[in-house]
Design a protein around this ligand. Structure first.
Ligand code: GRG
Length: 294
């Protein structure tokens, strides 16, 4: 298996799916639809939708059946980034190497574009799986749960609270990462498996892999932030470390944080091996995540 070629193939399918499944930029109100496309088509790693497609392929779905689910998940992820960047949250100027939505448009348009992407995700699921109402209901429930107040939004809420709480514990951090970061990655595996009509043990194993991979993703993010190099001054801590945020590195130290990431990577790979299929692409992707540099 040529991992880079596989990744390129899947990302290209995702990009095509995004273009196909988003409202046209000139549909009224053009400003809103342009802002939705601006954020969705700004690049990004496309990790979550690629995971949806790759998981569905494990169960023989090689046509575009899983594409609307993959795009729906990227819509929710992108909405969360748009809102996270707003002045009332992280107040960031750049995202995916371009001005954030509220900088490129304005705050109200960015807020609405995020709202519209979140809503559009559910419309995509309801509209594209209507031929199998059991599947449609399962997909809708899965995404609603992952994006909801107990998971993605709940993780974000606890993250905001932890920023103001110098006594945030390892348990608090675990909750935040399990939900703010891992929920969407777990959902990627679950959506792909549901479209692939996987059985319960396979879905359960894939959920475990998703949770572990989500945590690895976050730990690596914290490590990259803690060791970020910037400008002529050489090594300077990244934004989170500078802000004194509770991170894996701050709580456990760099070496232990790396150790936990390695442990979780192996746990994810063991979970993938329990799915009776060719999981080489997903296993390699898991190993790549711990080695990533951005
Ligand atoms: C506003 C409800 C709400 C949630 C915001 C996603 C998020 C929650 C906040 C963004 C900040 C952050 C560091 C979250 C952890 C997850 C993470 C690293 C997201 C970035 O995902 P990537 O790196 O982004 O996959 P791209 O741009 O590649 O898609």
């Amino acid at each position: 298996m040529d991992f880079a070629a596989e990744m390129k193939r899947l990302v290209a399918r995702v990009e095509r799916g995004i273009d196909l499944h988003l409202p046209a930029a000139d549909a009224r109100p053009a400003r809103l639809h342009t802002a939705m496309r601006y954020s969705m088509q700004a690049g990004g790693k496309r990790l979550r939708p690629v995971l949806v497609l790759a998981t569905a392929e494990l169960f023989g779905i090689t046509d575009d059946r899983a594409l609307p689910a993959a795009v729906a998940l990227e819509c929710v992820h992108t909405y969360s980034l748009i809102h996270d960047d707003l002045p009332c949250m992280d107040n960031d100027d750049l995202r995916r190497g371009r001005p954030t939505a509220h900088k490129a448009f304005d705050e109200a348009t960015a807020l609405l574009a995020g709202d519209a992407l979140l809503t559009h995700a559910f419309a995509l699921l309801a509209g594209n799986y209507a031929d199998d109402s059991t599947l449609a209901r399962a997909l809708l429930a899965e995404l609603a749960d992952a994006a909801g107040s107990r998971r993605l939004i709940g993780g974000q809420m606890e993250d905001l609270l932890a920023e103001k709480n110098a006594d945030a514990t390892a348990d608090d951090l675990e909750f935040i990462h399990r939900n703010k970061t891992a929920a969407m990655i777990e959902a990627a595996f679950a959506l792909g498996a549901l479209v692939g009509q996987a059985d319960e043990p396979a879905i359960a194993a894939l959920r475990v892999a998703g949770r572990d991979i989500g945590l690895v993703f976050q730990i690596v993010d914290d490590i990259l932030d803690a060791t970020a190099s910037s400008g002529v001054l050489g090594k300077t801590a990244g934004k989170d470390a500078q802000a004194g945020k509770t991170t894996y590195v701050k709580l456990h130290g760099l070496a232990t944080a790396r150790g936990i990431a390695v442990e979780r990577t192996e746990s994810a790979i063991a979970a993938l091996a329990r799915v009776a299929a060719d999981t080489r692409f997903l296993t390699t992707l898991t190993r790549e995540l711990i080695a990533r540099e951005k």
